[in-house]
Design a protein around this ligand. Sequence first.
Ligand SMILES: Cc1cc2nc3c(=O)[nH]c(=O)nc-3n(C[C@H](O)[C@H](O)[C@H](O)COP(=O)(O)OP(=O)(O)OC[C@H]3O[C@@H](n4cnc5c(N)ncnc54)[C@H](O)[C@@H]3O)c2cc1C
Length: 930
Amino acid sequence: MDSDKLSPEVIGRFESVVGKDNVKEASGGCGECCCSGASIVVCPSSVEEVAAVMRIAKEEGVCSKEFKIDLSANMNKIIKVDAENFCVKVQAGASMDAVAAAADEAGFILGNRTTCEGATIGCLVYSNGADIGTYRFGPIRDNVLNLEVVLPNGTVIETGYDDISAYMSGYNLNQLMVGAEGTLGQICTVTLRMYPKAVVKPLLFNYADLKEAAPLISGIANHASLRPLYVCWADEKYNSTMAGHAHEGCKNTVLVVLHGDERIVEAEEAEVVKLAAGAEKLSDDMAAHMWSEAKTYDCCGAIIPAKCFAAFAGIASDLTDGAVVGQMVDPQTVLFSCVHKDGKCNCKMGAKAAEFGGRPAKIGNTFDADVIDEAALGLMKDIRCAIVGNKAPANERLSREVTPEIISELEAAVGKDNVNTGAEERLLYSHDLAPLPGMAGIAFKNIPDVVVRPTSTKDVAKVMAIAYAHGIAVTPRGNSTCGLGGCQPINAGIVIDFSSKMNKVIKVDPENLCIKVQAGITFKEALDAAEAQGFVIGSHPSSYPAATIGGWMGTNGMGVGTYKYGSVKDNILNSEIVLPDGRIVETGYDEIGDMMSGYNLNQYLAGAEGTLGLLCSVTMKLHPRGVVKPTIYNFENLADADYLIQAICAHPSIKPMHISWADFNHFENQRRARTVEPKVHVFDECKNTLLLVLQGEESIVDVEDMELEELAILSGGTRLSDEIAEHEWEERCYEFRARAVGVGEIPAEVIVPAKYWGTFVGECYKAFDTMKMDRGGIIGNAVDPNTVLFMPYYFMDNESMMGMTAFSFNFHVGDLAVKYGGRTTGLGVFFAWNLDNIHDANTVALMREMKTALDPRDVMNPGHVVCGLTRFGITLSHGLMEFASTLLQTVKKVMPQDTTFSDNIARFRYNTLEERKAEDRRHVLGRGYE
Ligand SMILES: Cc1cc2nc3c(=O)[nH]c(=O)nc-3n(C[C@H](O)[C@H](O)[C@H](O)COP(=O)(O)OP(=O)(O)OC[C@H]3O[C@@H](n4cnc5c(N)ncnc54)[C@H](O)[C@@H]3O)c2cc1C
């Protein structure tokens, strides 16, 4: 094998790894993807071979453009189709069609399908385009559960988990690798979510003029329930000539493809037909024909705010001599493309897009200055250097001493009133919600030198620039509800308090379905602002009266609404972030989605707990609210609800906004503590309950409700009154009321694959007994169809040292979760050591290298997530903490049974629930009473 670019020695080394037959001259790629341009093609057969090839390339200084790794030849297998866990694991060279067929055979569909000829799953994951399915199931990055990636130095990492989603698991590598167009590593295996196969109903509408379809497009975008599988359009020119054959009777057409359960699809069809009033509805045969020919067109054109559909449709045909086609990407975004008979594109749509608040649609565009602004480009290059760079920069840690001069600099930057060095103030900011014993000061330098209250992103940038110049540690703080020491300083320095003054709604934009807020706003305030205009903001933690948006982004948490809308990161259109050196970066676009725009910066800070940068403002998607309908079912035993949980996870249409459970102990303890509202006889009736909260258009919610009731009856559940359902929905952020008797009430938080829900209920009960706990209850919620969050909680004596042994229950339940393919959640300072438990060594090493490279002076929340650092620089290491865990569990098991709750009942008794609720509502955490 000869090459005019690679030396025979290099080619020989490649051949020695993959075999002579597997090193070839290149003959072009699929053209549109990431794989064209190289002269030599290497076709490895395993991840190990890919790693060896990458290592050789690095050693020989061979640039990735000089050779191409082609996985389609030998790494194209479907590893497993897991019908129980709704996922498929494949080698990245597997063809899109083969994987779709395997999913189909098992009764599923993929969330995204591209029609790019010869596309492999790798191509799909490398690009960050708009595919068939994107409107219903989100972009490909939302559908990736796990990736096995070979980094340029030959190290193999795993970015997520095959069986559960990657919330609260450190840096967001899954979503960083997706859409990176291969610039961060070679993706070798991919685990994708699958969705139950169901009725597919294409509907086709005909318009005299394409722009007349605007009411249908905006009607779908603004609908509280409709999520078609695909919505695309084609103009008259396409329908008359370009399709290869004439589409008889078709002028300008919009194809709406519904997918799901038959009764719900029927109800949705009625809604779509209403929205298309005035259009001619073409025959089902023609609709089916159009669907069979449906293509994705994302290689050129324009990405435009959906609200501008009519305006752009009015001029699109003047911008190309081809035909105009397009699709809805999400409720905010539409994509216009063109089709030419000769395949050559000369359209000017991209150039025109900016006038409409849009941008050109390009693929293969990482680092393209047309699409990405300079600051964002700078961050992308930094990220690339951090992952691909040959060596981490020297540690530049400076003295960290906060001198009076530095305080003066801070005062000059943000105003004297916003800089506080008072002793009491600093003490208040030395821990989060978890009370720290005074002894903690031995381990951590947790009292900050100064508390700063910026009012704007620019203020934050100034503070960071000062901190960076002097090497001062900066700890961002929302409302400190994390509980794992997330916003607890470990090296004194500056605490930035986001909640005090960066808590404003900047704008609610119903036309563009978005809300822009400062990151220190509480979820309650943001949700109230959205609801006042008829929207919801997706999800919120159950601590939402206090938790800030910046804080939840920092933890990448799971909560109320996650089952339907994902977490906060999944709802971001744009944000302003500040990097460790004070640079301000805009991560996306206020009015359109961020596909095809380089690395996923919108989700970059998710789970970083303030260690990579600061979230300052954020533009989030708004979802039309419709009705919110809580329903509740009662079961003899909690585990009996398993059938219903599994049926919902496997349901092709119904996505309740919230699914949560509570067991008999939970209610019984509240009754004993007398923390119930007497007029609703909740505790007489509630045994073990499943709360299902539906949200959307009323007519569709009614059908969903009916279907769920049928499933619940099959499951042996009994429906409780709407009054109880409303009560339990309202109680979603008051899960720990039994504390009123003066006990500690601590949850052990773990996630496990949803398929083990019933089994894990049993494990939780056994765990209470094994560890001799004072049972609080078993509560939890479904995170997505793959993942469920369990929070078995217990009572403990906060006042005695031995009471602390109760924490061993958390370790015990964490170990149990691992047995079932799950894990504990959350890191902060106290559980940062757990990063080594929840990822393999290479992946953890990459996260640590990223932290060093992206924050070389270690100023951003040092000692969190990637290492729990004590004041002496000693890390709370994995080995040390494993030892402590085993020891604590052993001691707890030999101690007598806990009886803290009963002991305390006699001491404290309240029945002032309503008064306390009213008080809670008046009190705005972090800001006193309104
Ligand atoms: C009763 C109760 C219920 C809870 N329910 C849930 C739940 O349902 N789901 C869930 O996930 N969690 C839950 N939590 C945990 C906690 O409330 C959440 O993690 C919450 O989002 C933290 O928000 P906060 O504003 O209090 O952040 P903080 O605790 O102040 O900070 C959390 C982390 O984010 C970082 N941070 C804060 N602001 C920023 C910023 N602007 N930029 C960058 N980093 C920042 C901090 O440094 C810290 O590492 C619950 C806690 C309690 C007490």
